[in-house]
Structure formats: structure tokens, C-alpha cells
Write a protein that binds this ligand. Sequence first.
Ligand SMILES: Nc1nc2c(c(=O)[nH]1)N[C@H]1C(S)=C(S)[C@@H](COP(=O)(O)O)O[C@H]1N2
Ligand SMILES: [Mo]
Length: 209
Amino acid sequence: MPFNTERKELEQARREDGRLPPGQSLTLKWPVLHEGPVPPFDPERWRFWVSGLVENPFELAWHEFQQLPRTTVTADFHCVTTWSKFDNRWTGVPFSVIATKAAPKREAKFVMVKAEGGYSTNVSLTDLMRDNVLFADQHEPEPLTPEHGGPLRLVVPHLYAWKSAKWVRGLEFIAEDRPGFWEQVGYHMNGDPFKEQRYRESNRRRKVL
Ligand SMILES: Nc1nc2c(c(=O)[nH]1)N[C@H]1C(S)=C(S)[C@@H](COP(=O)(O)O)O[C@H]1N2
Ligand SMILES: [Mo]
């Protein structure tokens, strides 16, 4: 079957079964989308740190991070620029493993996710504690490539993909929600694709990436 006919049929099927959020179209390829250069990875110097409103702030080296319990999640991926990529198989460390180790204080309600080069994004702790949220280092069957966030990216499948920070390096647990990199220029604080939470009201037309 010609590629585009197949794509359109699949898209229609996903629309009908309710898996394609409003205003999205299906892609069979995997676009690479980010701001700035792909950062280098030095396994000797890489650290993952957890700070802010937690009982147990910590830092892990790459070899330590790799000892953590792992999971595999199959999930869809929705970019605010309107493409959706279905059935990604991600493998890595569940967010809940990191949260349990950190022991968030009662006041902690949000997390500022921080990545290489100054990228950040805010996600509520409730959203991060969902079952299929993980720090992925594999996109099955391959290790995560540098362009797609390797060595490690956050994956939050039920929110728009800008919340899935590539090259993630740290978490800051906070009490009050605060805008991250794209949220500061008008992207939605929450970003639910099924509610089309793309941009904040005041910034409807401000499309950036
Ligand atoms: N560090 C970082 N992570 C990022 C971005 C970015 O600019 N920097 N862009 C986000 C956006 S808008 C999307 S759609 C996805 C794209 O992931 P992909 O390139 O693996 O498809 O990464 C997200 N994570
Ligand atoms: Mo995106």
C-alpha cells in the first residue's frame, strides 16, 4: 500500500478509536524537534540531581542511575505542532522510583524538570506519578539516540511532548507552579492534548516551536 494511503487509514482508525487528540495528525516517521544544539554526553561527569522540597535530596552518577529498577511502557506521543507518533516502546526508570527515593515533602505539588542547556518544563507531581511516566534511555529496540534525548529523557505520554524533556539532568520539587522554558513564552502550564491545552489564553497566537 502506498505510504500515504496507509498513513491516512491508520490516522482515521486512531481518530475513531479516540487515541488521536483533536487537531493532531498521525506521523509514521519520528521528527526531531528541539531548541539549541544536541548536548555532548560524558558518562564520567553526567549527574542526575533531585533538589527542593524533598526529605532526601540526592545526586546519582550515570552508572548509579543505571542500577535503578526499570520498566517498559508503550505509549503515544503528541507534539503541540500537531504530529502524534503512536505505540512508542520506551524503557527506563519509572518516575515513581525517583520520587520514592526522594520522599517529597507534603508541600511539594509541582516539579521543575531541568535539562542540558537551560531547558526546563513544569509538571504537576500528580501528573508525574502516573503509571506510564518514566526516564527513558531506550526507544525499543534501540538505545535512545542523542537527537531524541539520549542518554536520558523524561517521557510524560499523557501531556504534550514539550513536557517530555530531552537530556534531562535534574528535578526541583516546588510548592507553587512556575513556568518552564516554553511555558514562559505562552505554552500551557498543564498541556493536556485531549483538552487541546496548547497555549495559555493570553498567548493563543504565539506559536514558537
Ligand atoms: N531539552 C529539550 N527537550 C525537549 C525539547 C527541547 O527543545 N529541549 N523540545 C520538546 C518538544 S517541543 C518535543 S515535540 C519533543 C520532541 O522529541 P523528539 O525530538 O524526540 O521527537 O521534545 C521535547 N523535549
Ligand atoms: Mo513539540
